[in-house]
Design a protein around this ligand. Structure first.
Ligand SMILES: [Mn+2]
Length: 500
């Protein structure tokens, strides 16, 4: 069986399914309201990649429909989600309709402020409703009463509203906006399957065919020259788009996505890259400090003097290091924390654990999230009680298998596959959550071929790979990702070992 067939067989959900916007809660109401609206519209987004991409999609489609539209992206200090104060300041700019993207499902105060001021308030979002849904119109697949697909990103939901609007007008789908839906789907770690695979795959093809000037500039500044896939979206473009919001103000990210001026894009990419390097150093420091303090808890909650913008990334790194869910919070009178699960915690929902803990203790100010990630805030004096209850809950929810890292292998190889077979795997891109980069167990005799100062070239079953440190003798099975190395016009298959 060819490599791609093996993978297709083990990932039956990896079949693109065209999304149906109309099965999403309140889609028709929202589309009608927007089309008949006259007056200024403000799109209210978020400071992360998903919220920014969603805002650009909504802005561009409304602009094409001839609407007067502006965008409001909150800064990190303003916090996630729309509030009453922001509604009032938006009202003063002459807006009479607010459309939220990637937030707003339970923004009750903002919704009633809008009502008082005579502003139409339409929510589009993808977050789990925590509390009472706020507005009269809420386009959120998590509120749909049918069995339609629910795992869209915020930008995916925005794209579906955009395509509902064009469909109502009898116009073609705004497929050129799919690149942003694809980027957000991968970066927001939404499962890449069925409807999301459709959006992510088609958006990726758009991006390859005609990349946005700014996205090209970001890949350039990072020295990435291959055709982008899930790795480039999730590990290069995503962090660069996210970093501005994390470090304070998302407007540079918004600008780089919007600009068509290569000069300006290159300058912005340079600036963002510097910010990204600073952020990486801050993350490394926080991760080291937490790992030093770790005492073997099932669900550790670290609090320290770290910038709020990096606690989520730090939590993710620590979770992978200890294979357990982790919360990392910024110290203060009110602790603001982010939580992440490890990839091996497959049956554990961090959102469910936090919800349970909140039901029992009621100590949280606010919280929200998904299965793999959450955000919360609480008073410093309540930290200890919350922590100990959370530890009990995690002990009962997390099973022994969940804390053992497993490498899921897509098949066994005893000889090098043909170059074409590896190239063909590109049809499964973008790789991401639930659709990881394929890994094969390569079996054979290990040979050392050459070495340099910092590298050793090995070969196993006809597949060459580099290692930084010598491998123990007698190794005969190595899990590896495959890629093609092109040198002087000759292509050959190479491996990239995946240890742990
Ligand atoms: Mn989102």
């Amino acid at each position: 069986m060819k490599l791609i067939e093996k993978i297709r067989k083990s990932r039956p959900f990896l079949v693109p399914k065209k999304p149906d916007p109309w099965v999403i809660n309140d889609m028709e109401k929202a589309a009608e309201k927007i089309l008949s609206h006259t007056g200024k519209i403000t799109v209210f987004g978020d400071y992360d990649c998903d919220g920014i991409c969603a805002a650009v999609i909504m802005e561009e489609i409304l602009h094409r429909l001839g609407k007067n539209v502006s965008v409001y992206l909150p800064t990190r200090d303003e916090g996630y989600g729309i509030n009453a104060g922001q509604v009032k300041s938006i009202a003063r700019q002459g807006t009479n309709m607010i459309i939220t993207v990637d937030n707003g499902t339970t923004a009750n105060e903002a919704a009633s402020a809008a009502k008082k001021l005579g502003i139409e308030f339409i929510v589009t979002d993808h977050h789990e409703p925590v509390g009472i849904p706020a507005a009269e119109i809420i386009v959120n697949p998590k509120l749909s009463k049918n069995d339609g697909f629910r795992e869209y990103s915020g930008a995916g939901v925005a794209y579906l509203l955009a395509s509902a609007l064009t469909e109502m007008l009898g116009e073609p789908e705004p497929a050129d906006l799919l690149d942003l839906a694809s980027l957000a789907t991968v970066v927001d770690v939404c499962p890449i399957r069925e409807e999301n695979f459709y959006l992510a795959r088609n958006g990726l093809l758009k991006m390859r065919e005609k990349p946005r000037t700014g996205i090209e500039a970001v890949l350039d500044v990072k020295g990435y020259s291959s055709s982008p896939g899930g790795y480039a979206l999730g590990w290069i473009v995503g962090p660069m788009v996210n970093v501005c919001g994390r470090m304070g103000d998302p407007s540079m990210s918004y600008e780089i996505i919007k600009t068509s001026d290569p000069q300006k894009a290159a300058e912005l990419a340079e600036k963002i890259n510097r910010l990204n390097n600073e952020r990486q150093e801050a993350v490394n420091r926080a991760v080291e400090e937490c790992l030093e303090r770790y005492k073997g808890e099932t669900f550790p909650f670290f609090v320290g003097n770290w910038p709020h913008g990096i606690v989520g990334i730090a939590a993710g790194r620590i979770a992978e290091a200890i294979n357990r869910p982790v919360l990392v919070g910024q110290a203060g009178r009110i602790i603001k924390a982010s939580g992440r699960t490890a990839r091996s915690n497959t049956r554990f929902s961090i959102f469910e654990a936090i919800s349970k803990c909140q039901q029992r203790t009621g100590l949280l100010h606010r919280f929200g999230g998904h299965r793999d990630a959450c955000g919360l805030s609480l008073k410093a004096e309540n930290l200890e009680s919350f922590r100990s209850e959370l530890e009990k809950i995690a002990d009962s929810m997390l099973s022994a298998e969940d804390i053992i890292p497993v490498i899921e292998v897509d098949g066994v190889l005893t000889r090098a596959p043909a170059v074409e077979e590896i190239e063909e795997l590109d049809e499964l891109e973008p790789f991401g959550n639930e659709n990881p980069q394929p890994v094969f167990m390569v079996e054979g005799n290990l040979h050392k071929k050459r070495n340099g100062d910092t590298w050793i070239l090995y070969e196993i079953a006809g597949i060459e790979f580099f290692a930084n440190t010598p491998l123990p003798e007698g190794f005969s099975r190595i899990p590896m990702e495959l890629y093609i190395n092109e040198f002087n016009g000759t292509k050959k298959p190479m491996g990239r070992p995946r240890f742990g």
